[in-house]
Design a protein around this ligand. Structure first.
Ligand code: URP
Ligand code: ZN
Ligand code: ZN
Length: 496
C-alpha cells in the first residue's frame, strides 16, 4: 500500500472556490464556478471570487467537475468465512477517496441469532475511523418478532432504509424463502427497500459437494459450482417475492444474462426493480480461475464468480439502456495468506475482491472512452442513481446548491496504470493489474476539503460522517396502486 501523506495549508479555510470547471451532472454539463462553505455547495455561477483569507481557490479550466462517487456496495473489515477483510474503514475509504469515491454504503451483517441492533452498533463503531462519508444497509440473516421490531427501530431511529438478504452462503448468513417473505413484508410496511445477493444457496451447496467428490478442489471449482442459472433462479425468485410483498427490490452484483433477463422482464412489467453491476464483472472473465498459478486464481474467488466473456456485453448493454442503474465494487479484500487457507478446498477460499480505488477510472476508460456511455451517464451510474435509489439525492450524487461538497476534478486526458504496487487498498493483489486507463481524477474534494491532489492523499482517520438515509414515503399513489393489484376481492357466499 502506498503511504504518502501531505498537508495543504495550515489555515483550515472554511471556503473552497473551484473556478472555470465544466460541471458534469447526470442531467447536463455546463461551465461555471462552484463555491463551497463548511462542507456544502453554497453558490454556482459565473465570476465568483473570494479573498485569499477566506479559503482556497482551484482553477479547473479544461477539467471536468463531477459529483464524488457513491459506491453502494462495500465490505470494510468484514468478518467472513473465518477471517476478516483486510481493508478496514479507514484504509478502504481512503483508497476510495484516491479513486474519486466520496461515499460508501457498507453492510451490517449480524450473525444468525445476533441482535441486529447490537450488530448495527458494532459496525457503527468500526466505521468511526472512516476517511469518507459512509452509510449502512442491514442484512437480515434470521427471523423472529424481535428482528421485525428491530427493523423498525433501525429504519426510524438510525437512518437505515435498505435491508439486505443473502440468498447464498448456506449454514452461515443465507436467508431462506421464509426469511425473505417476512422481511420483505416488513420492509414494505416501513417504506424501506430490499436488496438481495441472488444465488440459490441450496444449489451452490450441492454443486460444491459434487465438485469436491469429483476431485475438483482448486479455484476452477468455484465458477463450476455457481453457474449463471443459479443466479438467474434466485434473481427471479426474489423479484416475484418482492412483487407479492409490494416492496422495491435492488439486486446487487448482477453478473450474468440470466439474472439480467429477470430484472429486465420485471421492469418491463412495471415493477420497481433495480440492478447493480460490479466494475469487475464488466471487465474480468472466468478464464482467471483456470490460471495455473493457484494464488492468482484464488485471488479472483468472489461470488457471483467472474463469468464467460459473452455476459460482459449483456451487462454493458444493460448499463447503456438503463436496465442496470448502478455500478459498485463489492470491495472485500483478502490477501494471499487468507486466500490460501482454501488451497486444498476451493469452498474455503474467502470470497471477495477489491476495487474501490479503480471503479471510476475503469468505468470512464472502458465506458466513456469507448463511446458506450456519455459523461453524464457516467455520473448517473457512478453516483447519482445510487444516491436516488437509496434516498440520499441530491445531498449526494449532484453538484447543486445545498448538496454536500463531494466532488472530483477529472482530467480526461491524464493516464494512470493500475497496480497493486501503487494502489492504496490494503491488499496484495489487483484484479485490474497493468490496465492503463485514460481519464482520472486529479483532485478529490470531500465535505469541502481537498483530500487528494495529484497523487498525494490527505484524509485524516475518522473525518468521515455517517449518512442517515430517510425512509421512502409509503403513501405514494404508485405504492397504493401496486397494493391494489395484489388484493383479492372477498366472495360473498350464501350459507345454505
Ligand atoms: O464474494 C463476495 N462477493 N464477497 C463479499 C460478500 C458478498 O457476497 O457480497
Ligand atoms: Zn454478495
Ligand atoms: Zn457484497
Amino acid at each position: 500500500m502506498k503511504e504518502e501523506q501531505t498537508s495543504y495549508g495550515s489555515l483550515e479555510p472554511t471556503k473552497l472556490l473551484i473556478k472555470n470547471a465544466t460541471i458534469v451532472n447526470a442531467d447536463n454539463s455546463f461551465v461555471a464556478d462552484v463555491l463551497c462553505k463548511d462542507g456544502t455547495i453554497i453558490e454556482i455561477g459565473q465570476n465568483l471570487n473570494i479573498s485569499h483569507d477566506e479559503g482556497d481557490v482551484i482553477d479547473a479550466t479544461g477539467l471536468l467537475l463531477m459529483p464524488g462517487g457513491v459506491d453502494p456496495h462495500t465490505h470494510m473489515e468484514l468478518p467472513f468465512m473465518g477471517t476478516v477483510a483486510s481493508d478496514d474503514f479507514y484504509t478502504g475509504t481512503r483508497a476510495g477517496l484516491v479513486g474519486g469515491t466520496t461515499t460508501i454504503i457498507d453492510f451490517v451483517i449480524p450473525a444468525p441469532g445476533q441482535d441486529i441492533l447490537e450488530a448495527h452498533g458494532q459496525w457503527m463503531e468500526r466505521a468511526e475511523k472512516s476517511a469518507s462519508d459512509y452509510s449502512f444497509h442491514v442484512a437480515i440473516t434470521w427471523w423472529d418478532d424481535s428482528v421485525s421490531e428491530a427493523m423498525g427501530v433501525l429504519a426510524q431511529d438510525h437512518g437505515v432504509n435498505s435491508f439486505k438478504h443473502f440468498m447464498a452462503y448456506k449454514n452461515a448468513i443465507m436467508a431462506d424463502d421464509e426469511i425473505l417473505v417476512n422481511s420483505f413484508r416488513r420492509a414494505s410496511e416501513l417504506g424501506a427497500i430490499c436488496t438481495v445477493h441472488a444465488e440459490n444457496g441450496e444449489l451452490v451447496d450441492t454443486l460444491q459437494k459434487q465438485m469436491l467428490a469429483r476431485g475438483i478442489t482448486g479455484p476452477e471449482g468455484h465458477p463450476m459450482s455457481r453457474p449463471p442459472e443459479v443466479e438467474g433462479e434466485a434473481a427471479n425468485r426474489a423479484i416475484v417475492i418482492a412483487d407479492m410483498m409490494n416492496v422495491p427490490l435492488y439486486l446487487v452484483h448482477t453478473s450474468c444474462k440470466q439474472s439480467l433477463d429477470a430484472i429486465t422482464r420485471a421492469r418491463a412489467s412495471g415493477q420497481r426493480v433495480y440492478g447493480e453491476v460490479l466494475a469487475g464483472h464488466l471487465l474480468v472473465d472466468d478464464s482467471v480461475y483456470r490460471n495455473p498459478d493457484i494464488t492468482f486464481a484464488a485471488a479472483h474467488v468472489m461470488s457471483p464468480p467472474f463469468r464467460p466473456k459473452e455476459h460482459q456485453e449483456h451487462l454493458w448493454n444493460a448499463l447503456q439502456s438503463g436496465n442496470l442503474q448502478t455500478t459498485a465494487t463489492d470491495h472485500c479484500c483478502f490477501c494471499e495468506p487468507q486466500k490460501m487457507v482454501g488451497k486444498d478446498d476451493f469452498t474455503k477460499i474467502p470470497n471477495g475482491t477489491a476495487g474501490i480505488e479503480d471503479r471510476m477510472h475503469v468505468l470512464w476508460h472502458h465506458g466513456v472512452n469507448t463511446g458506450r456511455l456519455t459523461e453524464n451517464e457516467f455520473v448517473a451510474i457512478t453516483s447519482a442513481n445510487a444516491a436516488k435509489i437509496f434516498n440520499i439525492y441530491p445531498q449526494k450524487g449532484a453538484i447543486q446548491v445545498g448538496a454536500d461538497a463531494d466532488m472530483v476534478i477529472w482530467d480526461p486526458s491524464k493516464k494512470r496504470t493500475i497496480s497493486k504496487d501503487t494502489h492504496h487498498q490494503n491488499i496484495d493483489f489487483n484484479i485490474f493489474e497493468g490496465m492503463e486507463v485514460e481519464g482520472i481524477n486529479v483532485i478529490t474534494i470531500s465535505n469541502g476539503e481537498i483530500v487528494y491532489r495529484d497523487g498525494k492523499v490527505n484524509a485524516e482517520r475518522g473525518r468521515g460522517r455517517h449518512i442517515a438515509r430517510p425512509l421512502f414515503s409509503s403513501d405514494s399513489r404508485a405504492l397504493q396502486k401496486s397494493i391494489e393489484k395484489n388484493s383479492v376481492a372477498k366472495v360473498d357466499r350464501k350459507i345454505i
